[in-house]
Ligand binder design. Structure first.
Ligand code: UDP
Length: 315
């Protein structure tokens, strides 16, 4: 019998996970989606449940998991600052025990494994744009450290398994990504601003809005992930995954107000601790190794995302 490729996606009902599961199903794969629904919701994968090639398992990957698969995408971890700071100890467990369990599984199955690492490994970067060779500027005990250091230690685990056990690892450092399926209460800047703009509530800028971020539309990011997984075992990363277009948070607020024809005003709130002042990926490696480049400009992606939220909120 023809064997369909079977893929495990941890955190599969989260924002990126749900898009990845859909894309893999569209490409004819069998998908096992694992989630503990701590920050994800079943709503994002309700449509996929009708597909006989899709399987949803409620499980927390800080505990071992025994399944038979051909590839693993390890995305499980709360990724929004408000969520990962809500239970910092569990965030560290998701990064460390989760990675350890998934790497153990990859070792037993001798299969490729993708790790969702993050631009947060660069902390508050003193170099811009950030190249993969930059070691970062992370506060090891600040309020973001459960995530930053958790993800840094996860990278260390991945490379140790690669060096010690010859596991085919794919470590992708994901920069800010946005698009449909973000939770309206996700807490991150794009979803917050769009929901506020659509309901004509004040836009909450933390600090003076001069800090920068680079925003990648979700379809571009998923394309990058898939291409990375298809590379041969010599391509381990870390590879930056993101859109290098850099914007201040104030200009993002103004763009979202304009694109959603909103009458929202802007209100300034205190900047949370250790909030990075700038962030912009150098994507030379992704361009050369994966022949990938983001294609969706910010305003086009925001327009699609605004349409998604307008429908979700019945506006
Ligand atoms: N931010 C903001 N208002 C919000 C949410 C976030 O001004 O309602 C700022 C936040 O302080 C940070 C940037 O937007 O400087 C991006 O925040 P986000 O939580 O989306 O992700 P981060 O890149 O900080 O992990």
């Amino acid at each position: 019998m023809h064997h369909r490729k079977r893929i495990l996606v941890t955190g599969g009902s989260g924002f990126l996970g749900s898009h990845l599961c859909k894309r893999l199903l569209d490409e004819g794969m069998d998908v096992i989606c694992v989630d503990n629904f701590y920050s994800g919701s079943r709503d994002t994968v309700l449509d996929l449940l009708k597909n006989p090639h899709f399987e949803l398992i409620r499980h927390d990957i800080t505990l071992p998991l025994y399944v038979e698969v051909d590839e693993i995408y390890n995305l499980a971890c709360p990724a929004s600052p408000i969520h990962y700071q809500e239970n910092p100890i569990h965030t560290i467990k998701a990064c460390l025990l989760g990675s350890l369990n998934m790497l153990g599984l990859a070792k037993r199955l001798r299969c490729k494994i993708f790790q969702a690492s993050t631009s947060e490994v660069y902390g508050d970067p003193e170099q811009s744009p950030q190249k993969e060779s930059y070691w970062g500027n992370v506060n090891p005990n600040g309020i973001r450290s459960c995530y930053d250091e958790g993800k840094r230690c996860a990278e260390s685990l991945f490379f140790s398994f690669h060096r010690e056990n010859n596991i085919a690892i794919k470590v992708g450092r994901i920069f800010n990504t946005y698009g449909p399926n973000m939770h309206p209460k996700d807490g991150r800047v794009v979803s917050n601003f769009i929901v506020q703009a659509l309901t004509n509530k004040p836009i909450t800028i933390y600090g003076d809005g001069s800090q920068t971020r680079s925003f990648c539309y979700v379809d571009d990011l998923i394309e990058c992930m898939i291409r990375f997984m298809q590379t041969d075992a010599s391509v381990t990363g870390p590879i930056n995954m993101g859109n290098p277009g850099e914007f201040t948070i104030l200009s993002l607020a103004q763009t979202i107000i304009r694109l959603s024809n909103s009458s929202s005003t802007i209100t300034y709130l205190p900047l949370p601790g250790d909030d990075p002042k700038q962030r912009k990926p150098d994507i030379t490696l992704a361009k050369t190794l994966l022949s990938w480049t983001p294609t969706v400009p910010l305003e086009e992606g925001l327009t699609k995302t605004i349409r998604y939220f307008a429908k979700l909120l019945n506006i």
